[in-house]
Design a protein around this ligand. Sequence first.
Ligand SMILES: C[S@@+](CC[C@H](N)C(=O)[O-])C[C@H]1O[C@@H](n2cnc3c(N)ncnc32)[C@H](O)[C@@H]1O
Length: 262
Amino acid sequence: MGRKQPGSERFESTYSALYHDRWTPLKEALLKPPCQTGYDNGLLKPYFLDEASLEPPRLLGAEPGMEVLDLCAAPGGKSLVLAKALAGKGNLLLNDMSADRVRRLRQVMKEHLPPDLLSTVSIIQGDGSRMGMKIRDRFDRILLDAPCSSERHVLNSPLHLDEWGPGRIKSLAIRQFALAVSALDMLKPGGIMVYSTCSIHPDENDGVIEKLLKRRAGMIELLENKSPPGEKTSCGSIILPDVSFSRGPIYMAILVKSTAIR
Ligand SMILES: C[S@@+](CC[C@H](N)C(=O)[O-])C[C@H]1O[C@@H](n2cnc3c(N)ncnc32)[C@H](O)[C@@H]1O
């Protein structure tokens, strides 16, 4: 019987085949600590996060008075940006599947949001891929910051690197697609959704969006951003740390639900 190839070798061959000459500088950038910034715009105290993480909630264009859902919200950095955008008017529903992470999410909201912004926030725990079966056409804006491969984390964790296999990308892409379909069902006609991940694998990024556009043709369209943050991809854009001062990775795509489907 042949020796099982270690996860680190499988990881290396998968990503070097995708990124070619760029893989070495990209890997070096991923191995460095991310560029953290203290987001404190109107908050009780700064929240430290990768500056690139501010882009998906900003792209969503949430405004005071809107119904907004953050489907995979914990620990909550992007939710803080959304709460700030609502400016105390409207409703921001935060969901996450993990009980532990929902506890952390509650704490982050309580510690950072002043009372007027906190008053718009509700927090629930559930499987976001099933929520669309019960809730239809409700939200003006949905942020789907999906669970993903997190290559930066994998590369910096010998344990995760050792266990890595390409099957992980396949199973995550299936989960991401299920979350995206559910989000689409919960979006109002004319509503906007931003899909984001911190993965650098196209199957978890453009691949999920291309599948959604194909399987839900006529229900959803890409919203083109003329000056997207980062590098353009076929459906959105990606901020990669080798060229963005250690910011990212963050992939994002903007989608609008058709008004002609009811
Ligand atoms: C990338 S993290 C979200 C980070 C968060 N948006 C932030 O800015 O702090 C993905 C989250 O998705 C959650 N998750 C995974 N599967 C889920 C599902 N089926 N429904 C809802 N949340 C899920 C995980 O628990 C994790 O907290």
